[in-house]
Each structure stands twice: as structure tokens, then as C-alpha cells.
Design a binder for this molecule. Sequence first.
Ligand code: AKB
Length: 325
Amino acid sequence: MATRQGFKMKRLLVTGSYGQIGTELVGVLRDKYGGENVIATGRKKPPEILTKNGPYYRLDILDENQLQSMLVDYDIDIVIHNASVLSATAEKNPQLAYRTNVEGTYNVMEAVRILGLDQALVPSSIAAFGPSTPRENTPNDVVTRPTSIYGVTKVFVELFGEYYKLRYNVNFRSLRYPGVISSEALPGGGVTDYAVAIFYEALKEKKYECFLGPDTALPMMYMPDCTKATIDLIEAPEEKLKHRTFNVTAFSFTPSELAEEIKKHIPELEVTYKPDFRQAIADSWPMSLDDSVARDEWGWKPDYDLPAVVKDMLDKLSAKLKISY
Ligand code: AKB
């Protein structure tokens, strides 16, 4: 087993690792903790990026015996439970969202409790908020009464994790991720997916039809900030944490503001708007977040602003798609 200065390196298991966040998070974790110390898992055949520097295993998060055996067999200390059905897909199949997001989280928390593991990090989302939450500069500790099934499952994650901390002293930690913009894996089934799709279409077609209206502001961040926030929270000293669940954000923008920023590089881009069922979900979420609790307790601070994200996304995707701009 890999050691650093004579100490056992932490071993981590990531569920849902082929998802938008997992795909990049696993690589960053492996750079930090060593390839063999980060076990990527999921239900599908993984992309090469997840198998080249470390192990990947098939794991069904609803199979609690398989989960517990794997945690024992690989001597895992920390579970990052990313497997989740996202907002738009969840709305189409609430029963699937319940099973994956609620029962999956139950299985993870139980395994961490029974086996006495060091930590469970289970992401939440801006979807935990709802129409009765103040939508501007939404505080960390405020009413959470979501109207989407995805949001309902994320409130469960937060409250169940915090209950396990209180009742069993399980080291539960959670981030309320905003929309995440990324160049490696496509997001799968969220309301904020437009903020990635628009880059592909801008490069390929020079036009994009957005499923949200032009003025729909949502909190967002770039993937390098998302992976940084995740690792910083995992590593935050326990004595500094007064909360277990944290708002994190980098900036907010509307589809038309994002389009304007992309047009600075691709002036021909034409964006049209045809809101669908995802609009109502977006309208129930915060427009901007107050993440001062994360900043105060564990030093959260994003590195990327919107112009930097747009430039970096266009550079990365134009190389990947072999389309110059
Ligand atoms: C989604 O749109 O469902 C996710 C999220 C904000 O949690 N990206």
C-alpha cells in the first residue's frame, strides 16, 4: 500500500465516477492520493480516462452487500458518493430518483457507520432550495422546501447525513453544487446542462437552441473549482467545521449573458430560446448563492470567473473536437 512519510495514504472510493463530476474528480484525486488509492466505481463500462491510472470496478449502489464488501476488500477510508439521478431525468422518473438518490445514500451512510470509515462526502445541490427560499444571495441556512423530486432527495441527503453525524458521529460532509461547466464529460440530465451544451453547438453549428429562457439566472462554477471545493472540504480540519452542508458557487449568469460572452470569441453564434419543462425547475432554484459559510469555515474561494471559463472551455473543446474558432 502506498505510504507518505511512513503514514498510510487515505484510500477513497468514488461512486458514479463516470458522471460529469466523477470523470474529472477521479483524475484529480489520483494525482493527489495516488492512482491505486482511488477506486472508481459505477454501473457502466468506464471511459479510458477512469481506467488508465487506477482501478475501476462495477458497483451497483443499491446492492448494499457488494458495497460493504468492496469497502472492506479495498480498505477504504473515505467514500465520495456521486451516484445520483440529476434534476431533469429525476422529474421524468421520480421512482428511479428515489431509489438511486435516497436508498443509495442510505446504503452508503449505513456502510460508513457499520464499518467505522473516516468520512462520507455526499453532494447536495442548489436544487435543495425551493420557491419559498429567498432566490438572491441565498444563505447557507435557510428554508429548504424544494418542489422537484431531485431537490427532495437532496434535502434527504443533507438531513440524513447530518442526523448520522449527530446520532452516530459519522463524519458526513456535503456541498451544494451549483451548475458545473466542464470540458471532459458531458453532464447527464440536469437543468444546468445547457451551460455545457452551448459550447459544443457554438463550435460545431454556430447556433444553439436553449431550453431555458434568456433571463434565467443560476449559480455556476467551473470544474477545476468544483474538484478543488470537493477536495478542500474532504481535507478541512474537523474542528473548523460548524456546519456539515455548504453552499459553494463561483458566479451567476443567464443564458443570454453566457451567449454574449461566447460571442466575444464566436461572433456568428446565434442563440434562440425555447423553454421546456426544465424552466419551472430552474425558476424554483436560487439565482445566486451566499457561500460565506464555506469561505469562513474551510477557506473556499473559486479561481475562475466567467470570461476565464469561456476562454478555457473554447480552447479545450476546439482541441477535442478539432474545430478552430
Ligand atoms: C442539475 O442541473 O440537476 C445539476 C445540479 C444543479 O444539481 N447540475
